[in-house]
Design a protein around this ligand. Sequence first.
Ligand SMILES: [Zn+2]
Length: 121
Amino acid sequence: MRRDSNAQSYTNERPTMTEICQKCGEEDEDRRTMYMGCFYDMAEMGLPFRIMSDEAGNHFCTLRVCKACREDWMIAIKEWFETPKIENNCDSGIYIREFGKLLQVTAEEFEIRRKKKEDDK
Ligand SMILES: [Zn+2]
């Protein structure tokens, strides 16, 4: 219950505090915090994570999102979990590190990735 200073009475309205969804940009007061952690520097993903710590000193990457974006995230995690593992067998001898895993890529793919990395700078 909050006191309405103009009417000098009490109402059940909660103070409005809007927040922007970090994924879609929608502004509203109904946001959810998604906590993620995998013992890897997730900053490599280039997402606007905020870093939080719990009382035990564990660090989490968080995103504040709307319910619709939370749903999209849950669908993406479900698809990832249900997708069979993809083996990398190109045997080119050209290795890259991506999200903590060594991958072999073709010379063409290496050049595409190198160019994209330069363009992103
Ligand atoms: Zn959203």
